[in-house]
Design a protein around this ligand. Structure first.
Ligand code: 3PG
Length: 435
């Protein structure tokens, strides 16, 4: 479904695109975000959408040597894996070999890149295995340019292309560090996402209802506060781990197991996130929708529980039926709906109800529907409903940040690279041929 009926926002003009440069015969570093949901028991991919969505960029680079770099999850998480399985999946999707090197930017990676021929595709290992990618999140452009990742890789590439829209709200050497070193170019997926979401944020039809779930409480609460400050949101439903945190901040004892889970998943961001939760509860309670009932897992079974019966020693894995019923009028009455992050641990079938129920309401809803978040949009794919929403983004946190008007470091890096390299493209032999 197209974004029919919506006013058309500005298109991407401030960045270099694949139409502005000729990369045939060149070595290109392609930053993608194929961070994908993995089945916690089998570690198999639960969704390949973040792969299929960047294939048009790969196609446009079919006469280049393409070195792919991505992250998968975060260090310390169960799904923080090598990207070797990603190279295998990509190879099966494109029907040709994809090399893999178990290195990010050391000697093995550099010599593998130097040995490539036109048309070759090589996957580097999970970039978050390199400590700079984690430790340099707040580094200046100069410090990034001096990182090993940027120094070593920019010495063997001619250009950098990014389709990592889903990580465009982050800053790190592999995401923003190449801006001043080589021409940085927006890939096809990056352009498609920016155009679709700019259209969707351009005067969204009211009431504007946002459903925030999943585990990334820090991102979700920051976005909630931004949207409230801008006065663009009418109601924010908080479910999943975000909902548990908000119930806790609202004075409900969610039990030690659930408190510990929230604390551990937030790590160093806990204090800052807790302050945001308190501010939302104290000053904006009227805009919030919180669960009134839940489901916990006890001896492997789903057990319904009212919020008024908390605390519980068991993990909260889903919202309850009353909460789903109360969400319905909110969803059906919205002019614009944004959903990011599941309300439940839906990989466990007994706890999938909340997520599936919201998905069903979403596809029925008459308003403009935007879905973000790896897990949430993966579910729409798996159930064959991806085409039944207005925009099914590959981004989660990135969508939230963009829609709430946050800084997008990857867009800024693309813009500054365009400014620096546009006058140099012909000297670098990268100008597109006259057709
Ligand atoms: C995502 O899935 O939202 C992106 O891959 C970003 O992941 P991050 O929140 O771990 O940076």
């Amino acid at each position: 479904m197209a974004l029919g009926g919506l006013p058309v926002g500005p298109t991407v003009t401030g960045v270099l695109s694949l139409d502005d440069v000729c990369l045939d015969g060149r070595t290109v570093l392609l930053r993608v975000d194929v961070n994908s949901p993995l089945n916690p028991e089998t570690m198999e991919f639960m969704d390949d959408r973040r792969f299929t969505e960047f294939l048009s960029t790969l196609e446009a680079l079919s006469s280049s040597k393409v070195v792919i770099i991505s992250h998968q999850s975060r260090p310390g998480y169960l799904d923080f894996t090598s990207t070797e399985p990603h190279s295998v999946l990509l190879s099966s999707l494109i029907g040709r070999p994809v090399g893999f090197v178990s290195d990010v930017c050391g000697e093995d990676a550099i010599s593998a890149i130097k040995g490539m021929d036109d048309g070759d595709v090589l996957f580097l290992d999970n970039v978050r295995k390199h400590e700079e990618e984690i430790s340099m999140k707040r580094a200046s452009p100069e410090e990034m340019a001096n990182s090993e990742i940027v120094r070593n890789l920019s010495a063997v590439i001619d250009a950098y292309v990014t389709d990592a829209f889903a990580t465009a709200h982050r800053s790190s050497p592999s995401l923003t560090g190449f801006a001043g070193e080589v021409p940085c170019i927006a890939g096809r997926l990056m352009k498609k996402e920016i155009n679709a979401l700019r259209t969707a944020v351009f005067d969204p039809p009211r009431p504007y209802v946002v459903i925030l779930g999943g585990i990334k409480c820090d991102d979700s609460l920051r976005v909630a506060l931004n949207l409230i400050e801008k006065g663009t949101v009418d109601r924010i439903a908080m479910v999943g781990v975000v909902g548990n945190l908000m119930l806790w901040a609202d004075g409900t004892d969610i039990g030690a197991t659930n408190r510990d889970f929230v604390r551990e998943s937030l790590g160093d961001s806990f204090e800052e996130t807790w302050e945001m939760a308190e501010e939302l509860i104290s000053n904006h309670h009227n805009l919030l929708f919180l669960p009134t009932d839940l489901a916990v897992e006890s001896v492997g079974k789903r057990v319904p529980m009212s919020v008024s019966d908390l605390p519980t020693e068991f993990p909260i894995y889903d919202i309850g039926i009353e909460t789903m019923m109360n969400l319905r009028p909110l969803i059906m009455g919205a002019g614009c709906l944004l959903w990011n992050g599941p309300p439940s641990y839906f990989e466990k079938s007994e706890f999938a109800y909340g997520t599936i129920e919201i998905m069903n309401m979403f596809v029925e809803a008459p308003g403009v529907t935007i879905v973000g978040g790896g897990h949430t949009s993966a579910l729409f794919n798996q159930r064959g409903k991806a085409g039944e929403v207005h925009h099914n983004s590959t981004g989660g946190g990135a969508v939230l940040c963009m829609l709430s008007g946050d800084r997008m470091p990857v867009f800024e890096a693309l813009e500054s690279s365009k400014e620096k390299f546009t006058p140099l493209l012909s000297a670098l032999g990268l100008s597109p041929r006259e057709s």
